[in-house]
Design a protein around this ligand. Structure first.
Ligand code: ATP
Length: 393
């Protein structure tokens, strides 16, 4: 049984202060991209995980693999009797780069959930599967859903968003990887530094964390607000309101409250209503300048060459550009498919990233695309758009 699962970019990623558990309260707008991993599950005598493709060598093969964790969570939820064999062979074909801010691991978890749900005929509804997904990771629920959606909490409370049209993106993959907890920790440090009193006894940022929160309206940063040390001013592509990561309010340091983050100096995150209106209009020129990522300054501070990548996107005419989630992938919005192709060629030629990919969004969430030869219905070879949706409605 094979499922296809999309990568994601966060069109808005607003990060609140870390809570007592070290997790940050998030408001995010997820957008699934037509860049897919495939996850195949097959009944077997023993458990195994095989990973091939992009970045496969840095993916764990044991029970820590997020697909294996998702299967374990499903078995926990439904009961061990659901298994139809002593073991399960999981095969993951990766096209989504690893630790790249595109939630590839969460995508694989969602793919394993959908595929096992089908293989074992558990008949769980989408809602029931989403509850299992939330136990595996914050982004897994969105990977099940796909499309464009608002995520709250740790990003795990997901609601579909009204969005018109198809958007054309160019992804610039970086040479390195970034750890999501490390990016959150850097975000907290930058915010703490910005909140330190300046000469006049005011916070150095002029009252707002330089890397953080949004104005109460949830919209753009206040005019004249301090430029993000590593992000907005440096990259310039998109006015970025601060910094936050992709896969959901991760604790900055092993589940402990993040050092340096000062609750009280960062306002609670709010949904950007202008961005939501732009999505409803389907106009990429309206959407481009509204992309925002509170984690961008932190990602750029850890990988300063992202400045060049973001600047190159602006120079070559992207409507907006942003670090995707916790990075280091940069996502650039193009006017249309032809513009995306030109932008991709220009970025590849500029030597500011490892490689580029031109993709569209929104894409469907985790979808069963093929079934075993014994032929339960609905199988589609080779990643057709018409795969079956997840679970019962
Ligand atoms: P996050 O979702 O935390 O923002 P990301 O999108 O930047 O992360 P992922 O590709 O999901 O990055 O990988 C995050 C970590 O999860 C990596 O360190 C990787 O080793 C681990 N991991 C576990 N299982 C998988 C998997 N199936 N695919 C990719 N990474 C996995």
């Amino acid at each position: 049984m094979t499922a296809r699962v999309p990568a994601k970019v966060n069109l808005q990623l607003s990060v609140g202060p870390p809570g007592a558990d070290g997790y940050h309260d998030l408001v995010t707008v997820f957008h699934a991209l037509a860049l897919f991993d495939e996850v195949t599950v097959t009944s077997a005598n023993t458990d195994s995980v095989v990973v091939t493709g992009e970045g496969a060598r840095s993916v764990p093969l044991g029970p820590d693999n997020l697909a294996a964790r998702a299967v374990a969570a499903l078995v926990d939820a439904v009961g061990p009797g659901v298994r139809d064999s002593p073991g399960l062979a999981i095969e993951i074909r990766k096209r989504i780069p690893v630790a790249a801010g595109l939630a590839g691991g969460s995508a694989d978890a969602a793919g394993a959930l959908v595929a096992c749900n089908e293989l074992w005929g558990t008949g769980l509804s989408h809602q029931e599967l989403s509850e299992v997904a939330a136990r595996v990771g914050s982004d897994v629920g969105f990977a099940l859903l796909g499309g464009t959606a608002v995520g709250l909490g740790r990003g795990d409370r997901v609601t579909p968003a009204l969005a018109a049209g198809t958007y054309h993106w160019v992804l610039a993959f970086a040479d390195g990887q970034l750890s999501t907890p490390a990016v959150y920790a850097a975000c907290d440090r930058l915010r703490a530094r910005a909140a330190e009193p300046g000469p006049a006894g005011k916070p150095a940022s002029g009252g707002r964390a330089a890397t953080g929160g949004k104005p109460p309206s949830g919209g753009r940063p206040a005019p004249g607000s301090t430029a993000d040390p590593g992000g907005r001013a440096a990259s310039g592509v998109t006015p970025v309101s601060g910094g936050r990561a992709a896969s959901a309010g991760k604790p900055a340091s092993g589940g402990k409250p993040a050092s340096g983050g000062r609750p009280g100096t960062v306002p609670p995150p709010q949904l950007d209503t202008a961005l939501m209106a732009a999505l409803r209009s389907g106009d990429p020129a309206a959407l481009g300048p509204l992309l925002s990522n509170d984690l961008q300054p932190a990602a750029v501070s850890l990988l300063p060459r992202l400045r060049q990548t973001l600047a190159a996107g602006r120079e070559y005419g992207a409507l907006g550009g942003i670090v995707s989630g916790s990075g280091p992938t940069c996502a650039f919005l193009a006017r249309d498919g032809a513009h995306a192709r030109d932008l991709a060629v220009a970025l590849a030629g500029a030597g500011v990233c490892r490689t580029v990919a031109s993709v569209t969004g929104p894409a469907p969430g985790a979808t069963v695309i093929s079934v075993p030869a014994d032929g339960r219905p609905g199988g589609l070879p080779g990643g057709s758009e018409a795969g079956r949706p997840v679970g019962r409605p």
